[in-house]
Design a protein around this ligand. Structure first.
Ligand SMILES: Cc1ncc(COP(=O)(O)O)c(C=O)c1O
Length: 410
C-alpha cells in the first residue's frame, strides 16, 4: 500500500450537520485557557483565518505607532501572510535562516534591528515542524528592543518549548484551524494576547462582519471531500500512477494540483470573503477536536524519530538540529534536504513512495514581492532541495521502514 504525502485532519461534514440540530454550548474560552494553562490576563479572539488574526494585530500596532512600520519575518511561509502584512500598512523585512535549518539566523535578526533603527514594530516568528531552539533568545531580543513578538503557531498547536506550549512566549500568537491543519474546521483561527485593548479592537473591527454559515464554506466542503476521497488508501493507490507520470513528464498543471498554496498573487484590498466571524458551531468543533491533539502529536513524534534515527544516507540532510528534538514538537512532517531534488523525487516515486515536493516556498522570490527580496540565500537554497515525508498517525510502521530503506539505498 502507498500512503499519501499528507492527510486531512478533523473536519467532518456529518458532525457539522449534526451540530446544527444538537447545539452544544461549550465554554470555549475556559476550555482553551485550561488546556494551555493561560493566566487570567489572557484574552482569546476567534477569527476566520490565522492570517486575519495577523492583519488585526498589525492594524492595531500601526494605529498605536505609525513610525514603526517594519516587521521582520522569515520568507519561508504562505504568501498570503505577506499580503496581510502589506495590507495593514507594514513593510516586510525578510530574515534568512541558518544553513539547512528551520531556524532564523539570530545574528542577522540583530543586524536588521540595528539597520532599521527605531522602525521595526514587530518580529513574526513562525514555528515549523520543530520549535526554534533559540526561542528564549529571540523573545529576549524583542523585549530588550521594545519590539512586539508575534508567534505563528499555525502548524505547531499543542507543541511545547521548555515544557510550555508555544504561543505563550510572544505578545500575540496566532493559530490556524484551516483545512490542512491539526484542528480543521475548514477555515478558522484564534489569537492569544494579554492585551485587552487589542481584544476590544478586534471585536469593534469585526462588529459588522457576518457569522460564517455552512453555505459560505461550500467550496471548502467540496475540496475537503475530494481531498479525503483522494487520500483514502483505496483511491490513492489508483491516483498514484498519475502523480508519478506527471513528475516523469513534468506536467505542470497536475503537479500544481498536489501542492499547497499553489497560486501566489498580490491582494490590493482586504478580500470581502475574509470578512466573517467564526460561528459558534465551528468554535464547538474546534473544542471537540482538541481531544485528539496530544495523542496524534505523540504518534507523529514516534514516526519522526524513527526517520531521524534510521535514515543514514550521507546525501540526505535533516532540517532540524539535535536540540530541536528535545522538545515536544508538532512534527507535521519530516523535511529533508537533498541535492538534485527532482531526481530524488522520481526515484522515490519509482519505488512507490509518495512525498511532498514543497513545504513552503521562500515567498520573497515571488515577483510581486521582488522589491522586498532581501538576501535570504540560505533558506532559498534549502527550499530548492527540500522535500517532506509523511509522519501522520495511522501510517504503518513497516511502511516507514520501507521509506527509510529506500532512502538509504539512494
Ligand atoms: C505557517 C503558517 N502561517 C499561517 C498560515 C495561515 O493560516 P490560515 O489559513 O488560517 O490563515 C498557514 C496556513 O497555511 C501556515 O502554514
Amino acid at each position: 500500500m502507498i500512503y499519501p504525502r499528507q492527510k486531512i485532519y478533523g473536519y467532518s461534514f456529518f458532525r457539522q450537520i449534526k451540530s446544527l440540530f444538537f447545539k452544544k454550548k461549550y465554554d470555549s474560552v475556559k476550555f482553551i485557557k485550561e488546556f494551555f494553562g493561560l493566566s487570567k490576563e489572557y484574552n482569546i479572539n476567534f477569527v476566520f483565518k490565522a492570517r486575519i488574526g495577523l492583519f488585526h494585530i498589525l492594524n492595531f500596532l500601526i494605529k498605536k505607532n505609525k513610525n514603526k512600520k517594519k516587521i521582520i519575518l522569515s520568507s519561508f511561509t504562505v504568501f498570503d501572510m505577506v499580503n496581510m502584512v502589506l495590507l495593514s500598512g507594514f513593510e516586510p523585512v525578510f530574515v534568512d535562516h541558518y544553513k539547512n535549518s528551520s531556524q532564523i539566523d539570530l545574528i542577522q535578526l540583530k543586524e536588521k534591528l540595528n539597520n532599521f533603527d527605531n522602525k521595526v514594530g514587530a518580529v513574526l516568528l513562525t514555528h515549523y515542524n520543530v520549535n526554534n531552539s533559540e526561542l528564549r533568545e529571540i523573545s529576549n531580543i524583542c523585549k530588550k528592543n521594545n519590539i512586539v513578538l508575534i508567534e505563528d503557531c499555525a502548524i505547531s498547536i499543542a507543541s511545547k518549548f521548555n515544557n510550555d506550549y508555544v504561543g505563550k512566549f510572544g505578545d500575540y500568537s496566532i493559530f490556524s484551524f484551516g483545512l490542512y491543519k491539526f484542528i480543521n474546521v475548514l477555515s478558522g483561527g484564534m489569537v492569544f494576547s494579554k492585551d485587552k485593548e487589542f481584544y476590544d479592537f478586534v471585536i469593534e473591527k469585526e462588529k459588522n462582519w457576518k457569522e460564517v454559515k455552512i453555505y459560505n464554506l461550500y467550496k471548502l466542503i467540496i475540496k475537503s471531500f475530494i481531498l479525503r476521497l483522494m487520500t483514502s488508501s483505496f483511491i490513492f493507490n489508483f491516483i498514484f500512477p498519475v502523480i508519478r507520470y506527471s513528475y516523469k513528464k513534468n506536467i505542470k498543471t497536475i503537479k500544481k494540483f498536489f501542492i499547497n498554496d499553489p497560486n501566489p498573487h498580490k491582494k490590493k484590498i482586504f478580500p470581502k470573503n475574509y470578512e466573517f466571524k467564526l460561528s459558534q458551531t465551528q468554535i464547538n468543533d474546534v473544542i471537540f477536536q482538541f481531544k485528539n491533539l496530544q495523542d496524534q502529536r505523540t504518534l507523529r513524534e514516534e514516526n519522526y524519530k524513527t526517520y531521524s534515527k534510521n535514515i543514514r544516507n550521507k546525501k540526505i540532510i535533516f532540517f532540524h538540529n539535535e536540540l530541536n528534538l528535545l522538545n515536544e514538537n508538532a512534527y507535521l512532517n519530516f523535511p529533508i534536504i537533498v541535492e538534485n531534488k527532482d531526481n530524488f523525487i522520481n526515484y522515490m516515486l519509482d519505488n512507490k513512495i509518495d512525498l511532498n515536493p514543497q513545504f513552503y516556498r521562500s515567498v520573497n522570490e515571488l515577483s510581486f514581492l521582488s522589491e522586498y527580496s532581501n538576501v535570504t540565500k540560505k533558506i532559498q537554497e534549502s527550499v530548492s532541495k527540500l522535500v517532506t515525508l509523511p509522519t501522520y498517525a495511522g501510517i504503518n510502521k513497516n511502511y516507514i521502514y520501507k521509506v527509510i530503506d529506500t532512502i538509504n539505498k539512494y
